[in-house]
Design a protein around this ligand. Sequence first.
Ligand SMILES: NC(=O)c1ccc[n+]([C@@H]2O[C@H](COP(=O)([O-])OP(=O)(O)OC[C@H]3O[C@@H](n4cnc5c(N)ncnc54)[C@H](O)[C@@H]3O)[C@@H](O)[C@H]2O)c1
Length: 326
Amino acid sequence: MARETIVLTRGEVAAQIDLQEIVPAIEKCLAEFEKGEDLLPPKCIVDLPGGIAACLTGYTKATHKFSMKMGQERKGNVERGLPTIFSTMNLYDPDTGELLLIVESVLATMYRTAAAAAVAANHLARREAGVLAVIGSGQLGRQCVRALSRMRPFRSILLFDIRREQAERLAADLAEEAPAPIRVTDAEEACREADVICTATNSTEPIVRSEWVREGTHLSCMGADLHAKIECRPELLPRCRLFADKVEHCLQRGEASQAVERGILGKDCYAGSLGQVILGQVEGRRGRDEITLFDGIGLGVQDTTVAASIYEQALAKGLGRRVAFS
Ligand SMILES: NC(=O)c1ccc[n+]([C@@H]2O[C@H](COP(=O)([O-])OP(=O)(O)OC[C@H]3O[C@@H](n4cnc5c(N)ncnc54)[C@H](O)[C@@H]3O)[C@@H](O)[C@H]2O)c1
């Protein structure tokens, strides 16, 4: 008999899935991806009358699972009082084709993205890094604070958002959970004081200025996943040793893509991928004064990995509804 499908809502993921279990899974995913045995078909984008539908798929050998994530963006939903993005992900057993999991995947995407930011900081930040700054206090910023603050024994966490009340709400929400005091401040102070800066905004104007970033800082830049988005002033980038989740993708759509287009950086600007650093194939930080920057735009294999981790956790904890589709 076919296995039942587990169905998990966003609320169930938020309340019952442990983000910290996803971090090592994403680390393994990024390393294994370098071995070239995973499958990452091109995205399928459909321009529907009301907005865009995007389908991402991926198979990873490490999980031996296949996932399909379908997202729907409808800008007009603001007037309807609905979220502008809906997304669900299916996880399959590639041998039998059984559907193992259906999970709301806006939050799952934030989890895998924040996990990648944390893995990058763990590999690239200085050992003694004591101050974490997270720029952007939306959905992604929230999970970045949660994932990154557990990576290192930070003394303090600084938040900046262009909407101050958003940052204040996040600071209040995470005050008990966070392992260090959280303070809301402005962009300049956050960057000047930080040893690790994580950017998680949807900005199309640069926020982080070069002169605010001290030598020895690490940046995990996660918000710019389209060419039009940017979070750091282009002048900062030549000072940094750059890493990507996938170099070819980041050259087109990542944090450095505008600097490459303007000729500020060459197409050889990335030292390598984070996966190569994890595998020891490319040197990460080469000295305490070096500025390192991870440009992560997200990969379908990370979706498969987060779905597989959620599935394992749901099985182990008996979570979700079980549906027998056939
Ligand atoms: N790299 C990836 O794999 C990945 C995955 C998911 C989301 N994203 C991207 O991350 C970004 C954030 O997503 P989200 O769901 O958290 O969005 P969100 O709307 O929930 O939050 C964005 C936050 O950024 C703040 N902001 C915007 N411009 C700012 C500025 N100039 N300075 C400071 N704060 C500013 C907003 O006020 C808001 O609080 C988006 O661009 C999204 O596409 C990337």
